[in-house]
Design a protein around this ligand. Structure first.
Ligand code: PAF
Length: 285
């Protein structure tokens, strides 16, 4: 596995691979890698000839008072995990290398990026879109793997690729969970033992909403959201921020569920702000 912090070397390695007829799979990350990232890298390595991982804690996507400074960083452990999962190249640039001069040009995302996470974290998706555009520009044509855990990010990245005609195919990777349902996240490290016990409550609430739609045939989204709120209240350490039933494509809230929908949830558990989501589908009556 080749590790580089130089943008030009990263580009050159991937370009050389393509010139040799090899396909490139890219998994952008902020490090603090866990089994969810490992599964995504393994998939990239299985489906492409060269799997490249990027590790960069992107300051542009953190707002004031968020956890940019505290965000876990352990490059040595990350490199071991990436290599074991089959990465051939890891790109871990410094902030200086990525944003040497404070950028005058950034990528702005309207509409769907202003809802849900975007409403709670103003500027977050502009920061994500800017760094992802830079990483795609450096990587060149590739298949990029993004986790469904950050569902809104996945939808934003798909739109970014479509609207800017970038030579990238985006693949969604299923969320990896602990045995009790908690979605793997680098931010789970902020949970204390009691908080860790209750944190899967967000997922259990999503399942309650999914059951309401799929097993009890509830179509009224307000009732589904009520069901999710009721489920979260069983975990007093979970402070709900939002629970919503949305269209899977544009994340607009739906009033009546018919066909496929996405259930979104976000909440705070102690110092950790966690998000999760599941698909749900209402069969025709
Ligand atoms: O999902 C993440 O880890 C980050 O938002 C990403 C896509 C690597 C951009 O910094």
């Amino acid at each position: 596995m080749i590790v580089t912090s130089q943008p030009s070397e990263f580009s050159e390695l991937l370009e050389q691979a393509r010139r040799a007829g090899r396909t490139v799979g890219l998994h952008p990350t902020m490090g603090a890698l866990h089994a969810g990232h490992a599964a995504n890298v393994r998939r990239a390595a299985l489906e492409c000839d060269l799997a490249a991982v990027t590790i960069f804690v992107n300051p542009l996507q953190f707002g004031p008072g968020e956890d940019f400074e505290a965000y876990p960083r352990d490059l040595g452990v990350d490199l071991e995990l990436a290599e074991a999962a089959g990465a051939g190249v890891v790109f871990c640039p410094s902030t200086e290398a990525m944003y040497g001069r404070s950028p005058l040009v950034t990528v702005g995302v309207k509409g769907l990026a202003e809802r849900w996470e975007g409403a709670r974290r103003p500027g977050h998706f502009d920061g994500v879109a800017t760094v992802v555009t830079k990483l795609f520009a450096l990587a060149g044509p590739c298949t990029a793997y993004f986790g469904e855990k950050d569902y809104q990010q996945l939808v934003v990245v798909r739109r970014l690729v479509e609207d800017l005609s970038l030579p990238v195919r985006v693949e969604a990777c299923p969320t990896v969970r602990e045995a009790d349902g908690l979605a793997l996240s680098s931010r789970n490290r902020y949970l204390g033992p009691e908080e860790r016990e209750e944190a899967p409550g967000l997922y259990w609430a999503l399942l309650a909403g999914k059951r309401a739609i799929e097993e009890q045939g509830v179509a009224d989204a307000a009732l589904v959201v009520e069901e999710m709120h009721r489920a979260v209240r069983r975990q007093p350490l979970v402070e709900l921020e939002y629970a919503a039933v949305v269209s899977p494509e544009d994340l607009e809230p739906v009033d009546e569920v018919s066909g496929p929908a996405r259930l979104l949830i976000a909440g705070r558990v102690g110092l950790a702000r966690l998000i999760d989501n599941v698909a749900a589908e209402k069969e025709d009556a």
